[in-house]
Structures are given as structure tokens and as C-alpha cells.
Write a protein that binds this ligand. Structure first.
Ligand code: ATP
Ligand code: MG
Length: 627
């Protein structure tokens, strides 16, 4: 299954199932103690729940006794006792009304508690999710993260609310039935219970098989979902490489496995219940035989026999429930362990105690002997020293993977430096409220995320109070207005999930408008115009000169033409700022920048093979083709 475990969110069951089986690290006792705190928060509800459960199981014991009494009182061969008869009938009615009330109240209370708990745990998790750092999310799968507050929480709340109370009533019923049976007739009770050991053996032996085959079905359907999910997400690649048939064969395989697993499960489960029924009938037959003989002897009344027959049927139901209960405890505990693991993940990036508000900034940025790595042992940036003056535009350039984006991430305080510090206007980023820092910054990413909703709302995301006019002005300034007006509903066009309706370049424009609308003091553009055509980029650049005036801007770009006008260009290489200066200064220095620059402007010509006459015919021919 391994290779199908990557990607989205449909195959959560399989993974959980594997998790359920792995040895849990946290002892049951610890989890139980923590879980029990949830219902205990709602004390009144919990008390009422227990009381109604008690009432319900007590009341449920009564009808067979009352019916038995009525039968005996109405026996024409003995003295008919009308008073007892009437009492029994009235009692029967009362008991049933009480049963209804208790059951209704108990159902309501348990479901209320379950719903309440789900709500509580989910809110807590959501709050925590919002604060966890990017580092936490970097190696997590969305699908499995989402299944924590959904599936796992379902399992927990089910156990805490209905599961436990159900088992509680079952146990009470078992004890109640046993007591009543023994008090009515010790001999008959012993006969009835003689089949209990047989039944337990059957449940243990066959029950284990049932569990195993069901686990197999869960795993099989998980593979089906995983396959399905991957083929849908990867449909473009599948069709590109014409792998439809192979993919279908792979799917056929898991689909067949799933069917076989279900057939097997039906076969095993099919034998389980009928055998239980046989045992129950055997018990009934025993009671009927021995009890019937006692009735003939006159040592037992027909009413008591009826009561017994009724109880023996009821006795085995709770036993079955109990055997199921252990499973749900196990899976709920596994779920709880996963949920607690998330809740216990420390929040890495947070406001320090008594953090101060970052006052309105000028935009002076200093990287001061700053070292950083995503893991502690592999530094990405080493001892960076860089001063960025307010109201200047600084460009980060350099080969792929050297840490340009990382520089920006650190400035946004998505991560903290391992050594050294970053200051803005002299304030260490770690000393100020994150909120007050990020409010004064704007960022545009290479592949920006848009929320489902209108273009207008997406741009306004950075400053919800902005008027429509302000949104339109910003869009005009960066040249996004035209394409937006060409959309079916202009600014009111719904971009659909993740902005799927827009091209990457269009999303970059929207994202740029969004960042600028908030009028940030510091603006970071990480490959912000990489997917925009040269013409539009030119328009943006003209506008940019205007827009970047009066703020500190960091521009990350591979196309060096876009950063030529920057006040300072920093070439990052080997985890360090290898060179810094203006375009002209760096060209004069004939270092790495010059090499990069020349490569970008020479490469297309050099790369064109001289023999290729079909491509770019004019230039090469003139150069190489002249006779
Ligand atoms: N979340 C992460 N976890 C671990 N390592 C990471 C993470 N993000 C980036 N890296 C590593 O850090 C290094 C720098 O990455 P970064 O994204 O800053 O490069 P970059 O200069 O922006 O590259 P590009 O020009 O391709 O955007 C890379 O070697 C990358 O493998
Ligand atoms: Mg990058």
C-alpha cells in the first residue's frame, strides 16, 4: 500500500487503523484520566446522565416480573387475586411511562454531552492549529491532519457519551437480572447460567476472527479510497502519460481485494450471530424443560416461568455489547492519543510574555549575525549580516535553494533564528507582538493562495475595511484592473477553491493588489511576478517605482532584469550574502552577479544549436550560416 499513501485526504481510515494497532506510547490510565475530564466539566449533565441511566436500567427490569405477577394473579386454577392483577397492570403501565421518560432524558443528555464535547475539542484544536508554526505543517499531510478534529474527535465523543453510559446500563442490567433471577429461583438460575461459559468461549474464539476480518475490510476500503483519490488528483499526469489502463488495473486489484474482504467478513460474521441465537434458544429450552416440570410439580408458578424465559433472552444482549465495547475503547484511546499529541505540540512562534506593540515603523531591517536552519544540524543561512535602510528596495538573487525565501520567512517571523537576531527599527522580532509586526508587512508569494470567494473579497482580505474604490484603485495601479474587468462578473467573480479559476499570473496580480491595499511599511515580493508576461511585468514595474516609493521592499527574483533598479542587490550563495551593491557596482566587480547576469542574457543565443535551421532562423543564420 505504501506508494499510495501520499497526497490528499481520503485514505484516513487505513492510516488510523494502522495507528490503532501500533503499540501506544501513552498508557491507558493516563489517557483515561485525561478523557474523563471532558464530561466532568459538565457536572450537572453527567450526574443526571448517570441517574437516568440507573432509572432506565432499573425500570427495564420490571415488566417481566409484573407480567409474571399478572399471569399468576389471573390463574383460574388458583385463587384469583384481582387486586394484585390490577396493581400489576397499572404497574406495567407506569413502568413503561417511566422507561420512556428515562430513556428519552438519557438519550438527550448523552447526545448533548457528545455534541458539546465535539464542539469543545474541535474549537480547542482549531485554535491550536491556527497558532502552530509552518515548521509543524511542513512535514504533515493535510488529509491526516484534518482527520484528527473530524474522525478522531467523533470516536472520542462517541465513547465518552454513548459508549460509556451504554456499558454502564448494560452492566446494571446484567447485575439486576442476575439478582432478580436468583431471588426468584436459585435452581433455575443455575441451570440458565450453565450456558454462559460456553457462550463466552464462543465469543472469545469467533469474536477475535470477526474483529480480524473487519479490520481487513477497513484496510481494503482505505486502499480503494487512496487509489481513487490519487487517480483523481493525478488525472492530468495519468492522461499525459497515457497510463489510464495501468491505473485501471491497479484500481481493479484493490477493488477486488476489497470485495473479497467483504465476502469473507460476511462469511465469518454470518456464523457469529446464529450461534449466539442457538445458545440462547438452548438456554430457553433448558428453562422451559426444567421450569415446566416444576410447574407441573406445583413448585413453580407459570408467572415465574414466564419471567425467567423473558430474562434469559435479555441476559445475552448486554454480554454481546460488552464484547464490542473493548474495541471501541481501543480505537477511541488511539484517537485520543493522536488528538492529545496535537494539543500538546508546543507553539513555537508566539508572543513573549509582556510583549510590546511594535510602534509604527520606518522599515529599517537588520540581520545581525543571524544563523538559521530548518533542522538544527543543517544551517541554511550562516552568520548573515545585512542592513536594509528604510524606504529602499533590496533584491535577493542567487541560485535555487540557497535560502532567499528563507530570508523572507525569517523576517515575517514564520521561524526564529537559531543564532543572532533580526531587528526592525531596532526591535528584536522576538520581543514584539507578532500581530503588530505582521500588520505592517505585506508579502506576495510565487504561487499565492486565494480563498474561495470574489476577487473583491480576496483583495480586501488584507484590509477588510477598504472601500470598493480603494480596491479598484490599487488594481489599476498594478495593472490588474484590465484582466479583472474581462472576467464574467468583474470584481464579483468567484475565483473558486484556491483561486482555481485564475491563471498563476492572474493570482499573482490579485495577491500583489492584496498586499499593497494594506499599505504595508515593508513589502516582500518572492518571485511575485515570475509567472506574469514580460509586457504586464513592464507595466507593473513602472507602477512599482511609484508604489515602492516610501516603503522598504524586498524583491526576490530569478529574472535579473526585474531587479536592476533596486537600491541594493544581495547575491546569496553558500548560506551567505556573497555580494551586495547596485547593479552597476556588481557588474563592475565581475563576481557571481556578473556571471549570473551574463548567463541570463547570453544563454538563449549560446543554447541555440547552429545546425537547427527551423528554430530562430534569422539570428543564427546570419551568424553561423553565412557562406
Ligand atoms: N520547510 C522546510 N523544511 C526543511 N527544509 C527546507 C524547508 N524549506 C526550505 N528548505 C530548504 O532550505 C533551503 C533554502 O530554501 P529556500 O526556499 O529559502 O530557497 P530559495 O533560495 O528561495 O530557492 P528558490 O529560488 O528555488 O525559491 C533549501 O535547500 C531547501 O531544501
Ligand atoms: Mg524561494
Amino acid at each position: 500500500m505504501g506508494m499510495h499513501m501520499g497526497g490528499g485526504g481520503f485514505h484516513m481510515h487505513g492510516e488510523e487503523d494502522e495507528d490503532d494497532q501500533r503499540v501506544r506510547k501513552v498508557p491507558d490510565r493516563v489517557i483515561a484520566l485525561r478523557l474523563i475530564k471532558f464530561p466532568l466539566k459538565y457536572r450537572l449533565n453527567t450526574v443526571l446522565m448517570v441517574l437516568t441511566a440507573l432509572l432506565q436500567s432499573g425500570v427495564a427490569l420490571m415488566p417481566p416480573v409484573l407480567i409474571g405477577m399478572a399471569l399468576d394473579a389471573a390463574n383460574p386454577e388458583k385463587v384469583i387475586n384481582l387486586q394484585t392483577f390490577t396493581l400489576a397492570i397499572i404497574g406495567f403501565a407506569v413502568v413503561n411511562v417511566l422507561n420512556f421518560v428515562a430513556q428519552y432524558a438519557n438519550n438527550y443528555l448523552t447526545n448533548w454531552l457528545g455534541g458539546r464535547m465535539e464542539f469543545d475539542i474541535r474549537s480547542t484544536m482549531f485554535k491550536h492549529f491556527q497558532k502552530l508554526s509552518l515548521r509543524y505543517y511542513a512535514d504533515k499531510e493535510v488529509g491526516s491532519l484534518i482527520s484528527r478534529p473530524t474522525n478522531d474527535v467523533d470516536k472520542i465523543s462517541e465513547l465518552i457519551s454513548s459508549g460509556i453510559i451504554h456499558i454502564f446500563t448494560d452492566l446494571l442490567t446484567l447485575v439486576g437480572i442476575t439478582v432478580v433471577m436468583f431471588s426468584l429461583s436459585v435452581d433455575l438460575s443455575l441451570i440458565a447460567f450453565s450456558i454462559v461459559p460456553l457462550m463466552l468461549v464462543w465469543m472469545l474464539v469467533w469474536g477475535g476472527r470477526v474483529r480480524r476480518v473487519y479490520r481487513e475490510t477497513r484496510r481494503a476500503i482505505a486502499s480503494v479510497s487512496a487509489q481513487m483519490e490519487e487517480s483523481v488528483s493525478g488525472i492530468k499526469e495519468i492522461q499525459t502519460f497515457s497510463k489510464e489502463n495501468e491505473t485501471r488495473k491497479e484500481f481493479q486489484e484493490v477493488n477486488t481485494k476489497n470485495m473479497d474482504a467483504n465476502v469473507e467478513a460476511t462469511r465469518v460474521m454470518g456464523a457469529f450471530m446464529p450461534v449466539i441465537t442457538i445458545f440462547t434458544s438452548f438456554g430457553q429450552a433448558l428453562i422451559l424443560y426444567f421450569g415446566g416440570r416444576s410447574v407441573i410439580d406445583g413448585t413453580l408458578t407459570i408467572g415465574v416461568l414466564f419471567t425467567f424465559m423473558n430474562y434469559i433472552t435479555r441476559f445475552f444482549m448486554p454480554i454481546q455489547d460488552l464484547s464490542q465495547f473493548w474495541n471501541s475503547v481501543q480505537s477511541a484511546f488511539a484517537a485520543a492519543e493522536r488528538v492529545f499529541a496535537i494539543l500538546d505540540t508546543p507553539i513555537e512562534i508566539k508572543d513573549p510574555p509582556n510583549a510590546s506593540e511594535l510602534p509604527s515603523i520606518q522599515g529599517n531591517i537588520v540581520y545581525d549575525h543571524m544563523t538559521f536552519g530548518y533542522s538544527n544540524d543543517v544551517p541554511v543561512l550562516k552568520d548573515i549580516n545585512l542592513v536594509i535602510d528604510p524606504n529602499t528596495t533590496v533584491a535577493f538573487v542567487g541560485p535555487t535553494g540557497v535560502g532567499k525565501t528563507t530570508m523572507a520567512n525569517l523576517l515575517y517571523r514564520f521561524y526564529d533564528p537559531l543564532e543572532g537576531k533580526i531587528t526592525v527599527d531596532g526591535h528584536d522580532l522576538r520581543d514584539v507582538k507578532i500581530d503588530s509586526l505582521r500588520k505592517q508587512m505585506g508579502i506576495v508569494l510565487q504561487d499565492p493562495f486565494l480563498f474561495s470567494g470574489t476577487i473583491m473579497d480576496n483583495i480586501r482580505y488584507s484590509r477588510p475595511k477598504a472601500t470598493d474604490e480603494e480596491v479598484i484603485d490599487v488594481s489599476k495601479a498594478i495593472g490588474a484592473h484590465e484582466f479583472i474587468m474581462r472576467l464574467p462578473e468583474g470584481y464579483q467573480t468567484d475565483v473558486k477553491e484556491r483561486g482555481g479559476r485564475l491563471s498563476v499570473g492572474q493570482r499573482q496580480l490579485v495577491s500583489l493588489a492584496r498586499a499593497l491595499l494594506a499599505n504595508p511599511r515593508i513589502l516582500i515580493m518572492d518571485e511575485a511576478t515570475s509567472s506574469i508576461d514580460a509586457y504586464t511585468e513592464l507595466i507593473i514595474q513602472q507602477a512599482m517605482n511609484q508604489l515602492l516609493k516610501g516603503r522598504t521592499a524586498i524583491v526576490i527574483a530569478h529574472r535579473l532584469s526585474t531587479v536592476r533598479n533596486a537600491n541594493m542587490i544581495c547575491v546569496i550563495e553558500g548560506g551567505q550574502v556573497a555580494e551586495a551593491g547596485t547593479h552597476e557596482e556588481l557588474l563592475k566587480r565581475s563576481g557571481l552577479y556578473k556571471k549570473l547576469y551574463e548567463m541570463q542574457f547570453k544563454e538563449p543565443e549560446a543554447a541555440t544549436p547552429p545546425t537547427d535551421v527551423n528554430q530562430k532562423p534569422s539570428m543564427p543564420r546570419q551568424r553561423f550560416g553565412r557562406p
